[in-house]
Design a protein around this ligand. Structure first.
Ligand code: C2E
Ligand code: CA
Ligand code: CA
Length: 424
């Protein structure tokens, strides 16, 4: 039986690298470090008994060893991560070895009478070109491995400085959230929600913008995930709610009346036990009737909904409504969503984008419409951009849309003008 117990571990690898980098006769001799992490290994583990996992990892380790030139140094870094210091002299050979390792990993492995398919992500860095010392060599090879993961896994890459710039930007953005809140770098734009039959504006969705002092306007798709990861989404989301409620109430006081204020919330916010209380507080502060507010949660976060159902219920009891955003991109069933307390389905813009040409998308949209009608859920189509799409939607049961065809997200005064004109 293969076993990893005798393999060099992380500490041994560090010592080995130190000895290579410091005592080498030629201080500029090439030393490569390859870091390999298996893809989705946790999912594969579910196939095994717990005690089998290490044995399977030993088989994987052996296939890595088989792909390397003889007398290469191979360490098991714990869990599903391995490192290789290949016995090679040239950068081109290292690349070839990286490729061979990935190929060998992807070959089906025979284990306990079954074929197991796995893949790996491999990053590597070369001393002295990509790193000045052992610390940088490990950091940069790991960064390259993480970069491969983000690009879709199952592949290899050599470290490039641009990878560290990406990470630096991420770290900088996270550390800039605090000052951004203090210095009011966030602002809201609003996109009208329009009734198809009359072209009247019924509602507006608040969309967050970050005017960063150095990077200029940063798209929410870049910074919202970082805010979720770092926990700042709670403070930022609260600012969005309070500001949007205040804006909406100012409109009402000016006689600019809409039925709905749509605000995006992250599931991270809902997981805070005092979320419902905070929303009700924001409404109260702005003196806004909860019946105007519709909170949007994206379908991709819907697997965590059961945990937050009590928060949803509490808010629904006060009249707040809920919409599921980007519907069709995840796996949530409409039945389940109805049960969770959703009132509205927002059909993802990807479906609308292809609606004229893709028969499959037409069929999916039609079945969403049928189900929604049956379950008495409201429907909004997102991402309507062209005249043709608008005309197609007029033929369907879709009553409301949002999209560039009617208006992009705009600043508050522009929306006020649009609403005063009554319709688009
Ligand atoms: P979303 O909630 O699906 O918002 C709609 C996005 O589609 C907006 O992008 C909007 O500008 C864009 N859009 C509108 N009409 C069209 C169209 O006709 N065609 C195309 N191609 N796009 C259209 P934006 O403003 O960049 O926001 C991206 C996402 O960021 C939002 O997607 C939402 O998930 C998230 N987001 C924005 N503001 C907030 C916020 O305050 N809190 C949270 N948690 N997420 C937010
Ligand atoms: Ca939304
Ligand atoms: Ca959406």
């Amino acid at each position: 039986m293969l076993s990893l117990s005798q393999w060099p571990k992380r500490d041994d690898l560090y010592k080995h690298l130190d000895s290579l980098l410091s005592t080498s006769a030629d201080p500029l001799a090439l030393t490569a470090l390859l870091i390999i992490n298996l893809d989705n290994f946790r999912d594969s583990c579910e196939l095994f008994e717990y005690r089998d996992i290490e044995e399977f990892l030993a088989i994987v380790g052996q296939s890595i060893k088989d792909a390397c030139p003889e007398s290469s140094y191979i360490a098991w870094l714990g869990s599903d991560e391995f490192a290789v210091v290949p016995a090679l002299q040239a950068a081109a050979e290292v690349k070839e070895t990286a490729e061979t390792i990935c190929q060998k990993l992807a070959e089906a492995k025979e284990f306990r009478d079954r074929q197991v398919h796995i893949t790996g992500s491999l990053g590597y860095a070369l001393f002295p070109y990509d790193a000045r010392d052992r610390y940088e060599l490990i950091r940069n090879a790991t960064m390259a491995m993480n970069w491969v993961k983000k690009q879709g896994k199952n592949g290899f890459a050599r470290f490039e400085p641009a990878m560290s710039q990406q990470v630096n930007r991420k770290m900088k953005l996270i550390s800039d959230f605090g000052p951004a809140l203090e210095q009011q770098q966030f602002r809201l734009q609003y996109q009208p929600q329009v009734i198809v039959a009359s072209r009247a504006i019924v509602g507006a969705e608040a969309l967050l913008r970050w005017q960063h002092p150095e990077y200029n306007l940063i798209p929410p798709l870049e910074f919202i995930p970082l805010a979720e990861e770092s926990g700042y989404i709670n403070q930022i989301g609260e600012w969005v709610l309070c500001q949007a409620c205040r804006d909406f109430n100012t409109w009402l006081e000016k006689g600019i009346v809409l039925e709905r204020l749509a605000v995006n919330v992250s599931i991270v916010q809902l997981q805070k036990p005092d979320f419902a209380k905070r929303v009700l507080h924001a409404l109260e502060e702005a003196r806004l009737d909860p019946a105007y507010l519709e909170l949007e949660i994206t379908e991709s976060q819907s697997m965590d909904l059961p945990k937050v159902k009590p928060q949803i219920e509490q808010l629904r009891n006060h009249g707040v409504r809920f919409a599921i955003d980007d519907f069709g991109t995840g796996f949530a069933s409409l039945n389940h969503l109805r049960y969770m307390g959703f009132d509205t389905i927002k059909i993802d813009k990807a479906y609308i984008h292809n609606i004229l040409t893709n028969n499959r998308d037409q069929v999916i949209v039609n079945s969403i419409l049928n189900m929604a009608k049956h379950l008495q859920l409201g429907i909004i189509a997102e991402g309507v951009e062209t005249d043709d799409q608008w005309r197609y939607i007029q033929q369907t049961a879709i009553k409301e849309v949002q999209g560039y065809y009617c208006s992009p997200p705009v600043d508050r005064p522009v929306l006020e003008d649009l609403i005063r004109k009554k319709c688009l």
